[in-house]
Design a protein around this ligand. Structure first.
Ligand code: HEC
Length: 113
C-alpha cells in the first residue's frame, strides 16, 4: 500500500464515523424527547373527586393537564368558570353544559386558590 493511498483511506474512515456519530446523536435526541414528553403526561395525576373524569376526558385533548395544576394558585371558582367558558367559546372545546358545570365545580374545589 502506498502512503498516499492509506492516507486517503484514513480520511474516508473518519468522515464516515463522524456521520455515524451525528446520526446516533440525532437518534438519541429524538428518543429522549419522545420519552420525556410521554413521562410528563403520565406523571400528571389529578386529585380524586367527583368531576375528575370529566376533566381528564375533556381538558387534556389540546394541551397538557398540567395547565390545571399550573394555574391553581391564580384561579378561584369564578376564575375557573371563566377559564372553562373560554376553552369552550374561544377555543372550541366540545364540552356540554352539564360537563362544564361539573368540571368547574371540581376545579374550584380541588384546584381553587
Ligand atoms: C379545543 C382545545 C382545548 C380544550 C379541549 C381545552 N383547552 Fe385549555 N387551552 C386551549 C388553548 C388553545 C389555550 C391557550 C394556548 C396555550 O397556552 O396552549 C388553553 C389554555 C388553557 C389554560 C391556561 C390559561 C389560559 O387561559 O391561557 C388553562 C388553565 C386551560 N387551558 C384549562 C383548560 C381546562 C380546565 C379545560 C377543560 C375544561 C381545557 N383547558 C380544555 C385549548 C383547549
Amino acid at each position: 500500500m502506498s502512503p498516499q493511498l492509506s492516507r486517503k483511506k484514513a480520511r474516508r474512515t473518519s468522515t464516515h464515523s463522524a456521520l455515524l456519530f451525528a446520526i446516533m446523536l440525532a437518534a438519541g435526541v429524538l428518543l429522549q424527547v419522545t420519552a420525556s414528553s410521554h413521562a410528563d403526561e403520565t406523571d400528571i395525576v389529578l386529585k380524586d373527586g367527583k368531576g375528575r373524569d370529566a376533566v381528564v376526558n375533556n381538558c387534556g385533548a389540546c394541551h397538557s393537564l398540567d395547565y390545571v395544576k399550573m394555574n391553581s394558585p391564580f384561579l378561584d371558582k369564578a376564575g375557573w368558570d371563566g377559564e372553562v367558558t373560554k376553552m369552550i367559546k374561544a377555543y372550541g372545546a366540545p364540552i356540554d353544559d352539564a360537563d362544564a358545570k361539573e368540571i368547574s365545580a371540581y376545579l374550584a374545589a380541588n384546584y381553587g386558590k
